[in-house]
Write a protein that binds this ligand. Structure first.
Ligand code: SF4
Length: 274
């Protein structure tokens, strides 16, 4: 099993020395000053929680992957331009919550050549409609060259009949990721910071997910269970998945279409006279 990656506040870098780290900070300049070259080697990427710093082109962290965490899509939209030069050096991703205004942010981020990670939560019908618009944009717009997650990885999971699930794709699988709160408590991800999880995170799949499924009867017969495992049933177990299933179905159909296109192109090549 690959080593666990810990998502920690920048103040805890010393405590987690030698581990794979995602480091959260509000201030890139301060982080840059405090980091030793040794500590920098273990950083998988930096999560920037407040989009105000401009690019630090001469800093030691300039070569480190960066995740720009949008908290207010409308306010943060123009601030994305501050980071365009980072994308020339290494991957930049924009993490966007599915809240009003997120569509414009996603479209600008892709135009600036940034990858995107949607933070879906439990979206209402209007937000799912907007997610469907983004999905269509991602699938059909030829100018989109960067992944939009979770769509991108789920598309290829469906294409390869791979039961990769949303907990993993959204970096919330505790066998791969642990989130350390600002108070030092170990949990699953940012959406679990206010929750006391009674279970040992090492038995997460056998206890937490199983209990969610038992309580959320909609999951029991869900066609997408292998790729979702009740991901959308937190925190409200009564959340209705009718709309999000439509998104997953669109991805499944797009994967089938890709397979058909690939098979047709392979047949056409094979039939070509020599
Ligand atoms: S899509 Fe909804 S019903 Fe289906 S497994 Fe996921 S959370 Fe459960």
């Amino acid at each position: 099993m690959p080593p666990i990656t810990y998502n920690i506040p920048a103040s805890m870098i010393e405590m987690y020395r030698g581990r794979n780290l995602i480091v959260r900070t509000d201030n890139l300049s301060e982080l840059d000053k405090s980091l030793t070259p040794e500590a920098l080697k273990n950083i998988v990427y930096i999560e920037l929680l407040t989009l105000k710093d401009s690019a630090l082109q001469n800093s030691q962290i300039y070569n480190t992957p960066l995740d720009l965490v949008v908290s207010d899509p409308v306010r943060d939209l123009p601030r994305l331009y501050n980071y365009t030069q980072w994308a020339d050096k290494h991957p930049v991703r924009v993490s966007v919550p599915v809240v009003p205004g997120f569509v414009k942010t996603v479209k600008l981020a892709t135009a600036l050549n940034f990858a995107v990670k949607l933070i879906p939560g439990q979206p209402d019908s209007q937000r799912v409609e907007e997610m469907a618009d983004v999905l269509n944009f991602y699938l059909r717009q030829s100018t989109v060259s960067q992944p939009v997650e979770f769509f991108h990885t789920m598309l290829f999971a469906f294409y390869n009949d791979n039961p990769l699930n949303l907990w993993t794709v959204c970096e919330e699988n505790p066998f791969q990721y642990r989130y350390i709160t600002d108070q030092g408590r170990e949990t699953i991800s940012a959406r679990f910071t206010d929750t006391e999880l009674p279970d040992d995170l090492n038995t997460f799949d056998k206890t937490f997910i199983k209990r969610l499924c038992d309580e959320a009867s909609e999951c029991l017969n869900c066609e997408f269970f292998a790729n979702c495992e009740a991901y959308f049933k937190w925190p409200n177990r009564d959340f209705s998945c009718a709309d999000v299933k439509m998104l997953l179905r669109t991805l499944q159909e797009a994967a089938a279409e890709l397979k058909r296109d690939y098979a047709a192109s392979t047949n056409a090549t094979e039939k070509k006279p020599l």
